[in-house]
Design a protein around this ligand. Structure first.
Ligand SMILES: *Cc1c(COP(=O)(O)O)cnc(C)c1O
Length: 495
């Protein structure tokens, strides 16, 4: 060091004040400014297009590269500039007519909670570094496990999202089923482990199989029935063939609310299969798990209490800002075994409850505060009211679209409606029908008044319409169907 930097230079460096330490007035100004921008966005977003007419990446890149980080700018000007660019350059998931992919309008307690989290910046890796923060998270996780009817004790962790929670499920199931896996890896396992999920499941399973070394072929995508639920007979056949071929089935995934069509795999039957075949059952309820808050809708999740582990995303139907997923497991010992490690520089794990020895992450943000605040302020009844209201809006959407000649092809009680134009659906090939329904979805998005997407359910093309925002009203549902009708006219019915 002394060769590289002279003592005089060191002394001059020491004399410089910290450029990051901006002082209380500037802090107050900055935060006020952020609040003003956020409120302006929230107040105005419903008046603009849900999605920008077209993303011009070259233009966006040209804009952002004006910040070459040699010149400096006032925080006020940069933030205003960024807010303008975001307003023009993103799909507005906070718009009341965003009928999209489970990206909610975040509730304000969550936005405020993320601010507290960022500013206090607790480190949740080791329990002793942030006992208050860890206990907040564990309290929320235990509460949700109880809501789902899972028997205690339950091990849980917050994750960045459903994909990480599902990854955790696979790691724990592998560790539970194959004693060799932890230290000697899959190569030491006497055979090829395989897992089962429905053909309509979330395909993060393929990435997870790739990441864990199982390989993508280890994921058996089980055919679905006419309601897009896992076909149990097909599962039995696949399982029997795998056993016959010497494969090692270890995990069965039931999806409670598929991403495409909101289908609910029959969890009680899956639990029976898992028990019979000595496999773990994981329930992926990333989106629909939130219906557990409603007594009336809770039966939709029947059987989830039998699962070995569960995924729920708070950043989907619990309407927190991203990213807030949750993993719950009935096997605390296996969870600890999956993530065990010790190092000299980490505080000693006195309680066996250090988050970093029980989860994928090491340094860990306080993810659960935004979930805790939403629950503490609006209560479980608030969430019950919200999911019931959304369910009724979904029903209204089904009724209104049927009234306009759209034909629904899924039958979930969840507020996710997949419709086709019956003439197109009957007359065109699957590829042509996909092109037509995509063109209609594009036309709706282009007109700026609503956002929907095309989807394929068991290969059949449809329009996917999902209630995701607590700002959505009945009038927005009516407006959406109106936009779909206009788009159908613009694209034209072939033949
Ligand atoms: C969204 C979703 C996931 C993935 O969750 P992320 O939060 O996007 O990581 C997994 N499974 C289902 C059923 C989902 O809907």
């Amino acid at each position: 060091m002394s060769d590289l930097i002279s003592a005089d230079l060191m002394e001059s460096w020491l004399q410089k004040p910290s450029p990051l330490d901006i002082g209380p007035e500037q802090v107050a100004e900055l935060l006020d400014n952020a609040v003003t921008l956020v409120r302006k966005h929230a107040d105005g977003v419903a008046d603009g297009a849900v999605a920008p007419v077209s993303f011009d990446s070259a233009q966006i890149r040209e804009w952002v590269s004006r910040y070459d980080f040699s010149a400096t700018h006032s925080a006020e000007s940069v933030m205003a500039d960024v807010a303008t660019s975001l307003a023009r350059g993103i799909v507005h998931t906070t718009h009341p007519r965003y009928f999209g992919l489970f990206n909610p309008t975040p509730h304000w307690w969550g936005v405020a909670g993320d601010l507290l989290t960022a500013a206090f910046n607790p480190q949740l890796a080791a329990y002793t570094h942030a006992p208050a923060a860890v206990e907040i998270e564990q309290h929320v996780l235990r509460f949700l496990a109880t809501k789902l009817g899972m028997p205690s004790p339950v091990a849980g962790s917050f994750t960045t999202g459903g994909a990480e929670a599902n990854l955790t499920a696979v790691l724990v199931a592998l560790t539970r089923h194959f004693p060799e896996y932890a230290d000697r890896g899959l190569a030491a396992v006497p055979g090829q482990p395989v897992m089962y999920a429905s053909a309509e499941s979330h395909l993060a399973w393929l990435k997870i199989a790739h990441m864990t070394g199982l390989g993508r072929d280890a994921v058996r995508l089980v055919p679905v029935d006419s309601s897009f639920r896992m076909d149990i007979d097909a599962l039995r056949r696949l399982h029997a063939a795998d056993v016959e071929a010497g494969k090692l089935p270890f995990l069965l995934v039931g999806t409670s609310g598929t991403t495409g069509g909101g289908a609910l795999d029959p969890l009680p039957e899956l639990a029976a299969c898992a028990a019979e075949w000595n496999m773990d059952l994981h329930a992926d309820a990333a989106w629909a798990g939130t219906v557990a808050f409603s007594e009336r809708l809770r039966p939709v999740l029947a059987g989830i209490e039998l699962a070995d582990s569960v995924t729920i995303d708070a950043h989907k139907w619990m309407s927190t800002p991203m990213g807030a997923g949750m993993f719950l497991s009935r096997h605390p010992k296996a969870v600890g075994e999956s993530f065990r490690v010790s190092t000299s520089y980490m505080p000693a794990d006195t309680l066996g409850s250090d988050p970093y020895t029980n989860s994928v992450q090491w340094s860990r943000r306080l993810i659960g505060l935004k979930v805790f605040l939403g629950l503490a302020v609006t209560g479980e009844d608030g969430y019950a009211t919200q999911v019931e209201r959304d369910t009724a809006l979904g029903n209204l959407l089904a009724v209104r679209s049927a009234g306009s000649g759209w034909h629904r092809i899924n039958d979930t009680p969840l507020p996710l409606v997949c419709v086709v134009d019956p003439a197109v659906d009957a007359a065109l090939s699957p590829a042509e029908s996909w092109a037509w329904h995509s063109a209609v979805a594009n036309k709706v998005v282009e007109r700026g008044q609503a956002w929907i997407s095309p989807v394929r359910l068991s290969g059949r093309a449809a329009l996917r319409l999902c209630i995701t925002s607590y700002r959505t009203e009945a009038a927005d549902v009516t407006a959406l169907v109106d936009e779909m009708d206009k788009a159908r006219d613009a694209v034209g019915i072939p033949g």
